[in-house]
Design a protein around this ligand. Structure first.
Ligand SMILES: [Zn+2]
Length: 470
């Protein structure tokens, strides 16, 4: 027995078409004119008045990440279940090698954490925090044999994940040889650490100083430097993660204009939140919104929100991810009471990205097609999973979300909130739309506000090379 999704508007980057979708087993097998798909012996899902979109692909999550003296509070089990609730059917988490650690061991560890625990399909990018001959060799091996084709480096966090320019160049040269994608956390961490120490010495200890000590110019500078290094390394594909600042966007736009293989993602928090309204809340509340790069000021001379939305429209930004890295308030964020530099960096968002970016459609920032493209199709292409993921077409995995534009979603603790956190980063937000039904490889995970999935359904996705180059 298959599944027929009838009478919906199927959305892809190239438009919306009224179609029926026939799913057999794990894949989409055919599309029909509306109302004409055979229904005999099939389960029928009526999508009249609704959008039918490819399942979301979130290429930037951190489940169970040890960081800042604690560990991100979502496991692969709770995090991928929350992803399903949010219409996300594929996640790509970050396996972590630190300086002195072994790349293969860290990848094995991440496979162990995820195996048999995921509700949706998953893959990994590999963080390389210690670049030496051995880890460079491992990058090649992972690309050629393990289906891990993207590697994340850091220009921030000296002493933890940081690589210097020489190490970055070597890693980029290696990626250029084997066709891998370099993901970059682009902030000048050496300069930031000086500003943080100076602020603390002045007695500036509240959460808002997390943003003030990480100025947007230092994100722009690092982005520029990464782009130059990628050019010197032979135009290796470079993907700037979690972009928050207009200065950084300018650099990516210029590089793209010059034909370089430079791309970027942003995250919902950088499109909606501000230093004044979130980080600078009274008391210690602002700790909930500490992430890096930081939430920016609405009084900067640049309009970061407006510029980032424009960047999404203009394809200067190709992807929206979440950088999902949740910490509870109690005992976790609280580690930084009296010292903002000790607040674990990260927010929870894997459940709400599709909703929050859809709200951008409602507000006129993006088209419906661009919503699907930046949240599903482009991430699948960028990370070598297309057309298995990221599109509804015959032969593709039946990862499908039925989206109801006439219903509403109230986000918040005790409302819609399935992440393993004791608060919501998006408390009180109301979205003009709703995840209605979610299919992952033909299995219904969410239906009628009920979770029907199970841990262990999600499979590891071996990825090919990026098919998104210039
Ligand atoms: Zn991250």
């Amino acid at each position: 027995m298959g599944i027929v999704i009838k009478n919906g508007a199927v959305i892809s980057p190239t438009g919306q078409i009224a179609q029926d979708v026939l799913v057999d087993g794990e894949i989409v097998v055919a599309m029909y004119l509306p109302g004409t798909a055979p229904t005999d012996g099939h389960r029928v899902i009526d999508a009249t008045g609704k959008y039918v979109i490819p399942g979301g692909v979130d290429v930037h999550t951190h489940f169970e990440l040890p960081f800042g003296g604690t560990e991100a509070s979502d496991t692969f089990e709770t995090g991928t279940r929350a992803a399903a609730w949010g219409g996300v059917t594929t996640i790509c988490d970050m396996a972590v090698q630190r300086y002195g650690g072994n790349v293969y061991d860290s990848l094995t560890e991440w496979h162990h954490k995820a195996a048999e625990n995921c509700a949706v399909d998953y893959s990994f990018s590999q963080i390389v925090g210690g670049i030496d001959d051995e880890s460079l060799k491992a990058m090649k091996y992972l690309t050629e044999h393990e289906g891990i084709t993207s590697f994340k480096l850091f220009m921030a966090y000296p002493g933890v994940f940081y690589s210097d320019d020489g190490q970055i160049l070597k890693a980029m040269q290696t990626a250029a040889e084997c066709g891998a994608l370099i993901m970059m956390h682009a902030e000048n961490g050496i300069a930031i650490d000086v500003l943080v120490a100076q602020a603390l010495a002045r007695g500036e200890r509240d959460p808002k100083y997390h943003s003030i000590t990480r100025p947007s110019d230092l994100e722009g500078e690092a982005t520029h430097r990464a782009i130059v290094l990628s050019k010197v390394a032979g135009n290796v594909p470079l993907y700037i993660v979690h972009m928050s600042a207009s200065e950084a966007l300018d650099e990516v736009a210029e590089a793209r204009h010059n034909g370089q293989n430079v791309f970027a993602e942003t995250c919902p928090q950088y499109l909606y939140m501000t230093l004044e309204d979130h980080l600078a809340q009274p008391g210690f509340e602002g700790a909930k919104y500490v992430c890096s790069p930081p939430i920016r000021s609405k009084h900067d001379h640049r309009h970061h929100h407006a510029d980032l939305w424009k960047g999404l429209r203009m394809n200067e930004l190709a992807v929206v991810s979440t950088d999902h890295c949740p910490f509870c308030f109690k005992d976790q964020k609280e580690l930084g009471i009296g010292d903002f530099s000790k607040i674990p960096n990260g927010m929870g968002g894997v459940e709400h990205r599709m909703e929050l970016i859809y709200q951008g459609v409602v507000q006129g920032h993006l088209s419906l097609e661009r919503w699907v493209e930046t949240c599903s199709t482009n991430p699948a292409k960028m990370f070598g999973m297309y057309p298995k993921k990221g599109i509804i077409a015959p032969g593709s995995d039946a990862d499908i979300v039925v989206w109801d534009p006439n219903a509403r979603t109230e986000i918040g603790y005790g409302k819609k909130h399935h992440m393993n956190m004791d608060h919501s980063s998006w408390e009180g937000w109301v979205i003009d739309g709703k995840v209605d039904t979610v299919l992952s490889r033909g299995t219904v995970l969410i239906d009628n506000d009920q979770y029907l999935g199970r841990k262990g359904h999600g499979k590891f996705v071996r990825r090919g090379l990026s098919n998104y180059l210039v």
